[in-house]
Design a protein around this ligand. Structure first.
Ligand code: 13P
Length: 252
């Protein structure tokens, strides 16, 4: 009942010319895949170019971040109104933003509410650090990030939310979580927190993605889990064939 979603987070990679080349490389093969929501998240500089290439296809476009205010004196920031001109999705609260750019549950929450205001689908990232994982704090941290990040979201908008569970220790390390461990966090920590916020029916309708060293080789292990509804892919989304193979693996 939940359509799988696979999003490629290109992070700070690819010039506009390289972005065009990567999208062209995915081309028809990506367009052909049905039954999976497909999303590309290039850097801001390439959004316009990629939007032009994706026009008329069923491939969605997402930004990797945005500010919560609509406009004003916020040098260097990009507003939801601007994102909305080209994108349907926006990644919020990625662990790299939390670690390097001081994002907190509170700023993530402001951005989630801004996405709601503008009808953008937020892909809200949560996940524990290695130290938190090793000291058994995963459930506490992930639960808090879910409850705080989604505070004030309307019941009517909630089904549009997408959560990405990305254990920080699995990001860019080549050491992915096991499917079983990710399923545990999705089923026993995140979905119950969503249930607390929005009730059972809505909680069951919200997609929870896994992210962290997803490859074409390990993707089937994640997608076989009943509470893993897709993936947020970093490094492997920069390789056309590999990304297409991951999307293909998500077809039910
Ligand atoms: P990697 O797939 O490179 O580990 O990155 C995951 C990620 O952070 C996606 O947002």
């Amino acid at each position: 009942m939940r359509t799988p979603l696979v999003a490629g987070n290109w992070k700070m990679n690819k010039t506009v010319a390289e972005a065009r080349e990567l999208v062209a490389g995915m081309g028809q093969n990506l367009k052909r895949i049905q039954g999976v929501e497909k999303v590309l998240c290039p850097p801001f500089m390439s959004l316009v170019a990629v939007a032009n290439l994706l026009g008329g296809t069923d491939i969605g476009l997402g930004a990797q971040n945005m500010h919560w205010e609509d406009k004003g004196a916020f040098t260097g920031e990009v507003s939801p109104v601007m994102v909305k001109e080209f994108c349907q999705y926006v990644i919020l609260g990625h662990s790299e933003r939390r670690t390097y750019f001081g994002e907190t549950d509170e700023t993530v929450n402001r951005k989630v509410l801004a996405a709601q205001r503008h009808g953008l689908t937020p892909i809200v990232c949560i996940g524990e650090t290695l130290a938190q994982y090793e000291s058994g704090q995963t459930a506490d941290v992930v639960r808090r990030q879910t409850l705080e990040g989604l505070k004030g979201v309307d019941a009517a908008f909630a089904p549009r939310l997408v959560i990405a569970y990305e254990p920080v220790w699995a990001i860019g390390t080549g050491k992915a979580s096991s499917g079983e461990n990710a399923e545990f966090v999705h089923r026993d920590v995140i979905r119950p927190a969503l249930r607390e916020l929005f009730g059972e029916e809505t909680a069951q309708s919200i997609r929870i993605l896994y992210g962290g060293s997803v490859t074409a080789a390990n993707a089937p292990e994640f997608f076989a889990q009943p509470n893993i509804d897709g993936a947020l892919v970093g490094g492997a989304s920069l390789k056309a064939e590999e990304f297409v193979a991951i999307v293909q693996a998500a077809v039910k």
